[in-house]
Design a protein around this ligand. Structure first.
Ligand code: C2E
Ligand code: CA
Ligand code: CA
Ligand code: CA
Length: 285
């Protein structure tokens, strides 16, 4: 038994070494990624189900690594969060997204105001001065605050990190006062407490893909999505269904009263210019 314990110890050490080495390389690379302008943003359209037009788009960061190619956010956001690099990355995404949204607004010449949605990490949300940053970025871009949406996770909304429920509410109120829209991302994947919905000044619930993908076959998923749609309607919140991949899912979502959706069925995350083309196309038709 003793020997096995020893072996296990060795295995553990080896894998930790490999992991921390990879981590260090990734971290060093990420530090330079900002300076070398390797970070880019793609935009996934958010579609209004009533008319099939784009209501806006969600900004999704990408890292174009010189050796590794495109690194997805799941592979570097957690590290960026741990090291604090997310602050700089998040600010860059916010600036870029607001500049694009301003272009889209100009393109539509008053025929609609697309909302650009930006993901906020926990660390970014808790950074003092976030509302002031958002205000100055909006001003710089000349963007109407109602055209910016900010997405926070359920964990942030429920104050899992112990930031202080009072401070979470205060930050969201300050953001709300600017006139930006607020969404809870991955709704339904956190703990089951719904009391924060009562407390926080929210506008949108984004139903997680894990519920949407089971809609055709799974009555439980259908019941959950239906309940969320009803809850949202009664609380005067909008619902965005995430990760819609099939026409069948779309039909069910319509029946259940969802008004907005995102997913590969409509469009993958796209370069900003392709979103512009879609918006112009929608204007022409
Ligand atoms: P999320 O905010 O839940 O974003 C949705 C993710 O689902 C995106 O992955 C999107 O490409 C993917 N997706 C959209 N439609 C479909 C579909 O129909 N099927 C499938 N299988 N996937 C779909 P992505 O771009 O890899 O982003 C992953 C996560 O990384 C995001 O999840 C978000 O939590 C985080 N993230 C992305 N960009 C940023 C950012 O700028 N800041 C922060 N803090 N986090 C970000
Ligand atoms: Ca999101
Ligand atoms: Ca999500
Ligand atoms: Ca997600």
């Amino acid at each position: 038994a003793k020997e096995r314990g020893k072996d296990r110890h060795v295995v553990f050490e080896t894998s930790m070494d490999g992991r921390s080495e990879r981590r260090l390389t990734l971290e060093a690379g990420l530090r330079y990624a900002l300076e070398r302008e390797e970070l880019g943003v793609l935009y996934q359209p958010v579609v209004r189900l009533a008319d099939g037009r784009d209501a806006g788009a969600e900004a999704l960061v990408r890292w174009r690594h010189p050796q590794r190619g495109v690194v997805p956010p799941a592979a570097f956001i957690p590290l960026a969060e741990e090291t604090g690099l997310i602050i700089g990355i998040g600010e860059q995404v916010l600036r870029e997204a607001c500049a694009r949204a301003r272009e889209w607004r100009d393109l539509l010449k008053g025929g609609g105001t697309p909302t650009v949605w930006v993901n906020l990490s926990a660390r970014q949300f808790h950074e003092p001065g976030l509302p002031e940053l958002v205000e100055s970025v909006l001003e710089e871009a000349g963007l109407d605050p109602g055209s910016l949406g900010l997405e926070i996770t359920e964990g942030v909304a429920m104050d899992e990190s112990g930031f202080g429920a009072g401070r979470t509410t205060a930050t969201l109120r300050n953001l709300k006062e600017l006139g930006v829209r607020l969404a809870v991302d991955d709704f339904g994947t956190g703990y089951s407490s719904l009391s924060y919905l009562k407390r926080l000044p929210l506008d949108v619930l984004k139903i997680d893909r894990s519920f949407v993908s089971g809609l055709e076959k799974n009555t439980e998923d259908r019941a959950i999505v239906s309940a969320v749609a009803t809850l949202a309607r009664d609380m005067e919140l909008e619902v965005v269904a995430e990760g819609v991949e099939t026409e069948e899912q779309l039909h069910i979502l319509r029946e259940l009263g969802c008004s907005l959706a995102q997913g590969y069925y409509f469009a993958k995350p796209l370069p900003a210019t392709e979103v512009s083309a879609r918006l112009e196309g929608g204007l022409a038709s």
